[in-house]
Design a protein around this ligand. Structure first.
Ligand SMILES: [Zn+2]
Length: 375
């Protein structure tokens, strides 16, 4: 029996984490280009805009007319994606909660992780962002609801309140947990290395989304897919990236014509080369399934790994969620080829997050509890 993979292509659509980046160049232009790619293959996907960013632009637009023009354009782009049949669901970056705007630059002073806010504050942020999206899209479709959520920088667990707050607000599906992922620096501490369920949808324990609950809960987690790249392709992609970076450095140092920072960046560059080339070559390298950050051969490895995982479940059908960061897309022709491959594959159907929520509601997709196992 072949397992049908319902593949949700999702996108974190946003400026850089520190608020920098030209919004036309890294948000608007890639969105328009993606819509063209998807229209070509009839793929319906889900955009997950960082709505905190947008509400912050709106809150300062009376004093800064340029922010109003950009926020209006953000709305237009979001509505256009929706009009073309794509879903739009909720993502937010809490670091915008305390943003300062001066001389055309943002300074984001809020905490990056929603887990660091008190429950009421976090819930209010989510509620306001959800309302913004619903007000934006309901004139186009009065049945529209925000039902799916991805947290700031994937931060969702552990938390005594976050999942309950999401469920209270009508969120039915969370797509924040990327099993295997971990981060520990001054800004963010996340540890998803030990997750109960790496692949299938599950009911999470309400105080810790990494754990599968023993019973049905008010929200379903669908893991953000991950895979391990082969050493050959990981090394090739890293070599290409190092090549780009050296070219970049060369043009920058010619522009700056200053010998001191050149030496410095060269030294740091070497450390990076070692880290990027040697380390992943020792073992397959962990990747979150993010088509913005992969070249075509790695996208192929990703889909092979998804098919293998799907086959092992023995289920007739299941949803798989992958992501994309339009601001980072590095292989546009590879991405287009990948979307074409999926569109033509008999065992793959595109699905939006709203449709996934509907299939959970209707019992069409199985959801794991700690008592049921498909392995
Ligand atoms: Zn994001």
């Amino acid at each position: 029996m072949t397992t049908t993979i319902y593949l949700a292509l999702t996108h974190d659509w946003e400026l850089r984490g520190d608020g920098s980046g030209d919004i036309e160049e890294i948000q608007f232009a890639p969105l328009r280009r993606l819509l063209n790619v998807y229209a070509k293959f009839g793929a319906r996907t889900t955009f997950m805009p960082d709505v905190m960013q947008q509400t912050k632009f709106r809150s300062l637009q009376n004093d800064h007319s340029e922010l109003k023009a950009l926020a209006d354009s953000w709305d237009d782009h979001t509505r256009e994606a929706f009009r073309q049949g794509h879903d739009v669901q909720l993502h937010l970056h809490s670091q915008w909660s305390d943003a300062k705007y001066e001389d055309g630059e943002w300074e984001l002073r809020g905490e990056w992780s929603l887990l660091k806010y008190d429950p009421d504050r976090a819930k209010t942020m989510i509620a306001q962002c959800k309302l913004y999206l619903e007000n934006l899209l309901r004139p186009l479709d009065h049945t529209y609801r925000s039902v799916a959520f991805r947290g700031s920088a994937l931060a969702i667990a552990p938390s005594a309140h976050l999942l309950s707050s999401l469920a209270d607000l009508g969120i039915e599906v969370d797509v924040s947990v990327a099993p295997g992922f971990s981060l520990n620096n001054n800004t963010l501490q996340l540890d998803y290395r030990d997750c109960d369920e790496p692949f299938l949808p599950y009911y999470p324990r309400m105080d810790d989304a990494r754990r599968v609950s023993v019973r049905r809960e008010r929200i379903v987690c669908v893991p953000l897919n991950h895979f391990y790249g082969s050493r050959v392709e990981v090394t090739k992609q890293n070599l290409a990236l190092v090549g780009n970076r050296l070219l970049d450095q060369k043009s920058k140092s010619i522009a700056a014509a200053s010998p001191t920072p050149r030496l410095d960046s060269k030294r740091r560059g070497l450390g990076r080369v070692y880290e990027k080339l040697i380390e992943p070559a020792l073992k397959g390298k962990y990747f979150v399934s993010d088509t913005g950050r992969l070249n075509y051969p790695l996208m192929e490895e990703m889909i092979r790994s998804i098919r293998r995982g799907a086959r092992e479940t023995g289920l007739p059908k299941l949803p798989v969620v992958i992501t994309n960061h339009p601001k980072d897309i590095r292989d546009w022709s590879g991405l287009e080829r990948f979307v074409g491959d999926c569109a033509g594959a008999e065992d793959i159907e595109f699905i939006t997050l709203s449709e996934i929520a509907g299939k959970f509601r209707g019992g069409e997709f199985q959801v794991r509890t700690a008592e049921t196992s498909h392995r």
